[in-house]
Design a protein around this ligand. Structure first.
Ligand SMILES: NC(=O)c1ccc[n+]([C@@H]2O[C@H](COP(=O)([O-])OP(=O)(O)OC[C@H]3O[C@@H](n4cnc5c(N)ncnc54)[C@H](O)[C@@H]3O)[C@@H](O)[C@H]2O)c1
Length: 255
């Protein structure tokens, strides 16, 4: 059985200062890669980490992206995990909020890819992985810009994959299910809400950040060299089940 070894590879992880993003940086580093964690807030990343360095950057500033990456010489892996979520009913949803979400979740994915494309080493298999969401497939009241931006990200993954295959670069996505991070604190912090939500997940629990590392490493390794344009749901079965599914055991039996 082959194991995943990314020794000698360089990975850039946008949102690498976030909860899922930093877990991904650690996973890539443990597999041997040298990792650059790019984020507007890099406080989470230890300054003395042997294999993870930081690149502070506001991804909503497209011109800033170009100049910030100019010192990166060669890369093998790009992960776009930066994301923001602003929720409000339609009537209260402001244009500024819409733009803020789209700028980071979708627009920067494209312009970061564009800026880093010339740095992908020629003749070696490049890997691009965008962190999408099950929200690209499932709606939720208030998440208008978030769901639309992630739906756009899924389309962008498919589209980039068609063009970049000629450069030997695979472009794929990971769609995490509800994951215990600050972004979802309102859900898992409330015992009753959390239990009700987990009862709708076939695997019966929300994800931890570590649940997404295996799928990421697969998509960043030679094991997936013939896989491109795909979105891998890391969601405990949430998007595979009918809406009326209830895990009765979690609900405490046939109440
Ligand atoms: N938590 C979940 O349940 C969940 C589910 C599905 C998908 N996701 C996606 O996973 C990714 C990580 O989410 P998370 O839960 O770890 O949240 P998080 O807030 O911990 O991580 C997001 C990171 O993006 C960074 N970021 C935001 N705006 C930025 C900007 N302008 N420039 C640079 N960096 C910026 C933040 O500083 C943060 O470090 C996001 O793309 C999110 O949409 C999360």
């Amino acid at each position: 059985m082959k194991t995943i070894d990314l020794t000698g590879k360089t990975a850039v992880v946008s949102g690498g200062g976030g909860e899922i993003g930093f877990a991904m940086c650690e996973g890539l580093a443990e597999a041997g890669a040298n990792v650059i964690a790019l984020d507007i807030n890099t406080e989470r990343v230890p300054q003395d980490h042997e294999k993870i360095s930081t690149l502070p950057l506001d991804l909503s500033d497209t011109a800033g992206i170009r100049s910030a990456v100019k010192d990166i010489s060669e890369i093998d892996i790009l992960v776009h995990a930066a994301g923001v979520n602003i929720a409000a009913p339609v009537a209260e949803f402001e244009e500024q909020a819409w733009d803020a979400v789209f700028d980071v979740n979708l627009k920067s994915a494209f312009f970061l890819t564009k800026a880093l494309l010339p740095r992908f080493q020629s003749g070696r298999n490049g890997k691009i992985v965008f962190v999408s969401s099950i929200s690209a497939k499932l709606g939720y009241p208030g998440l208008h810009a978030y769901t639309a931006s992630k739906g756009g990200l899924d389309a962008l993954i498919r589209n980039l994959s068609t063009e970049l295959a000629a450069d030997g670069i695979c472009v794929n996505g990971i769609a995490p299910g509800t994951t215990k991070t600050g972004m979802t604190k309102g859900l898992w912090d409330d015992k009753e809400k959390c239990r009700a939500h987990e009862a709708t997940i076939p695997m019966g629990r929300m994800a931890d950040c570590s649940d997404h590392i295996g799928p990421l490493l697969f998509l960043c390794s030679e094991m997936s060299d013939y896989v491109t344009g795909q979105i891998l749901c890391s969601d405990g079965g949430l998007t595979s089940v009918q809406a009326d599914f209830i895990n009765l055991e979690l609900r405490g039996g046939n109440e």
